[in-house]
Design a protein around this ligand. Structure first.
Ligand code: DQA
Length: 145
Protein backbone atom coordinates (compact mmCIF):
# COMPACT_ATOMS: atom_id res chain seq x y z
CA UNK A 1 0.00 0.00 0.00
CA UNK A 2 1.37 3.45 -0.93
CA UNK A 3 2.22 5.59 2.08
CA UNK A 4 1.35 9.29 1.92
CA UNK A 5 2.35 11.95 4.44
CA UNK A 6 -0.13 14.76 5.14
CA UNK A 7 1.97 17.36 6.95
CA UNK A 8 0.57 20.45 8.63
CA UNK A 9 2.42 23.51 9.89
CA UNK A 10 1.84 25.94 12.75
CA UNK A 11 -1.54 26.74 14.27
CA UNK A 12 -3.41 24.11 12.27
CA UNK A 13 -4.02 22.09 15.47
CA UNK A 14 -6.25 25.04 16.44
CA UNK A 15 -8.79 24.44 13.67
CA UNK A 16 -12.31 24.71 15.01
CA UNK A 17 -11.55 27.60 17.35
CA UNK A 18 -9.02 29.51 15.21
CA UNK A 19 -10.56 32.35 13.14
CA UNK A 20 -13.68 30.31 12.28
CA UNK A 21 -14.78 32.98 9.78
CA UNK A 22 -11.67 32.10 7.73
CA UNK A 23 -11.06 28.43 8.53
CA UNK A 24 -14.53 27.16 9.49
CA UNK A 25 -15.74 25.25 12.55
CA UNK A 26 -14.36 21.81 11.72
CA UNK A 27 -11.52 20.71 14.02
CA UNK A 28 -8.05 19.30 13.39
CA UNK A 29 -9.43 15.89 14.47
CA UNK A 30 -12.06 16.27 11.72
CA UNK A 31 -9.27 17.00 9.22
CA UNK A 32 -7.33 13.89 10.27
CA UNK A 33 -10.48 11.73 9.97
CA UNK A 34 -11.27 13.21 6.54
CA UNK A 35 -7.75 12.53 5.21
CA UNK A 36 -7.68 9.01 6.65
CA UNK A 37 -11.10 8.18 5.16
CA UNK A 38 -10.22 9.54 1.70
CA UNK A 39 -6.80 7.88 1.86
CA UNK A 40 -8.38 4.50 2.68
CA UNK A 41 -10.85 4.94 -0.18
CA UNK A 42 -7.95 5.59 -2.58
CA UNK A 43 -5.82 2.74 -1.22
CA UNK A 44 -3.29 4.96 0.58
CA UNK A 45 -1.86 4.50 4.04
CA UNK A 46 -2.12 8.12 5.19
CA UNK A 47 0.06 9.48 8.01
CA UNK A 48 -1.33 12.87 9.14
CA UNK A 49 0.93 15.03 11.32
CA UNK A 50 0.95 18.60 12.65
CA UNK A 51 3.71 20.67 14.20
CA UNK A 52 4.31 24.24 15.28
CA UNK A 53 8.05 23.60 15.03
CA UNK A 54 9.93 24.43 11.81
CA UNK A 55 12.76 21.98 12.57
CA UNK A 56 10.34 19.12 13.15
CA UNK A 57 8.61 19.83 9.83
CA UNK A 58 11.99 19.90 8.04
CA UNK A 59 12.88 16.53 9.62
CA UNK A 60 9.57 14.98 8.48
CA UNK A 61 10.29 16.22 4.94
CA UNK A 62 13.76 14.59 5.12
CA UNK A 63 12.02 11.35 6.19
CA UNK A 64 9.68 11.61 3.18
CA UNK A 65 12.61 12.33 0.84
CA UNK A 66 14.61 9.34 2.12
CA UNK A 67 11.66 6.95 1.71
CA UNK A 68 10.20 8.43 -1.53
CA UNK A 69 6.89 9.09 0.21
CA UNK A 70 4.48 11.50 -1.59
CA UNK A 71 3.54 14.50 0.54
CA UNK A 72 0.45 16.68 0.92
CA UNK A 73 1.76 19.76 2.74
CA UNK A 74 -0.02 22.68 4.33
CA UNK A 75 2.99 24.71 5.45
CA UNK A 76 0.62 27.31 7.05
CA UNK A 77 2.54 30.53 7.82
CA UNK A 78 5.85 28.83 6.85
CA UNK A 79 4.50 28.99 3.27
CA UNK A 80 5.29 32.66 3.11
CA UNK A 81 8.83 32.87 4.50
CA UNK A 82 10.49 29.57 5.41
CA UNK A 83 13.43 28.91 3.11
CA UNK A 84 14.37 25.89 5.24
CA UNK A 85 10.97 24.29 4.55
CA UNK A 86 11.33 25.23 0.88
CA UNK A 87 14.82 23.69 0.68
CA UNK A 88 13.57 20.50 2.39
CA UNK A 89 10.70 20.32 -0.12
CA UNK A 90 13.20 20.65 -2.97
CA UNK A 91 14.82 17.38 -1.81
CA UNK A 92 11.61 15.33 -2.09
CA UNK A 93 11.77 12.33 -4.39
CA UNK A 94 8.00 11.80 -4.89
CA UNK A 95 5.19 14.28 -5.72
CA UNK A 96 4.46 17.18 -3.37
CA UNK A 97 1.04 18.88 -3.33
CA UNK A 98 0.89 22.20 -1.48
CA UNK A 99 -2.55 22.75 0.06
CA UNK A 100 -4.35 25.57 1.83
CA UNK A 101 -7.76 25.68 3.44
CA UNK A 102 -8.25 29.33 2.52
CA UNK A 103 -7.26 31.02 -0.72
CA UNK A 104 -4.12 32.97 0.24
CA UNK A 105 -4.25 34.92 -3.06
CA UNK A 106 -7.52 36.49 -1.92
CA UNK A 107 -6.16 37.52 1.50
CA UNK A 108 -3.49 39.88 2.89
CA UNK A 109 -0.59 40.71 0.58
CA UNK A 110 2.02 38.83 2.66
CA UNK A 111 0.08 35.63 1.94
CA UNK A 112 0.38 36.09 -1.83
CA UNK A 113 3.94 34.75 -1.82
CA UNK A 114 4.59 31.03 -1.43
CA UNK A 115 8.25 30.09 -1.23
CA UNK A 116 7.17 26.43 -1.53
CA UNK A 117 5.07 26.70 -4.72
CA UNK A 118 8.03 26.59 -7.11
CA UNK A 119 9.24 23.27 -5.71
CA UNK A 120 5.76 21.69 -5.52
CA UNK A 121 4.15 19.46 -8.11
CA UNK A 122 1.06 21.65 -7.78
CA UNK A 123 -1.04 23.69 -5.38
CA UNK A 124 -4.69 23.37 -4.27
CA UNK A 125 -6.12 26.23 -2.22
CA UNK A 126 -9.42 27.70 -1.18
CA UNK A 127 -11.61 24.63 -0.80
CA UNK A 128 -11.45 24.17 2.97
CA UNK A 129 -10.83 20.55 3.96
CA UNK A 130 -11.74 19.53 0.42
CA UNK A 131 -8.32 20.96 -0.59
CA UNK A 132 -6.75 17.94 1.14
CA UNK A 133 -9.23 15.50 -0.44
CA UNK A 134 -8.49 16.95 -3.89
CA UNK A 135 -4.75 16.70 -3.22
CA UNK A 136 -5.03 13.02 -2.28
CA UNK A 137 -7.08 12.45 -5.44
CA UNK A 138 -4.41 14.26 -7.50
CA UNK A 139 -1.77 11.93 -6.03
CA UNK A 140 -3.93 8.90 -6.90
CA UNK A 141 -4.05 10.07 -10.55
CA UNK A 142 -0.24 10.18 -10.80
CA UNK A 143 1.80 7.14 -11.81
CA UNK A 144 3.75 5.58 -8.89
CA UNK A 145 7.26 7.04 -8.45
C1 DQA B 1 -3.13 28.56 5.46
C2 DQA B 1 -2.95 29.97 4.90
C3 DQA B 1 -1.74 30.63 5.53
O1 DQA B 1 -1.60 31.95 5.02
C4 DQA B 1 -1.91 30.72 7.03
O2 DQA B 1 -0.73 31.25 7.61
C5 DQA B 1 -2.28 29.43 7.65
C6 DQA B 1 -3.24 28.56 6.97
C7 DQA B 1 -4.41 27.89 4.92
O3 DQA B 1 -4.52 26.68 5.03
O4 DQA B 1 -5.32 28.59 4.43
O5 DQA B 1 -1.89 29.12 8.77
O6 DQA B 1 -2.03 27.76 5.06
Amino acid sequence: MTRVFVLNGPNLSRLGSREPDVYGRLTYADLVARCEAEGARLGFEVDVRQTDDEAELVHWLHEAADSSVPVVLNPAAFTHYSYSVRDACAQLTAPLIEVHLSNPAAREEFRHTSVVAAVSTGTIAGFGMDSYVLALQALALRPPA
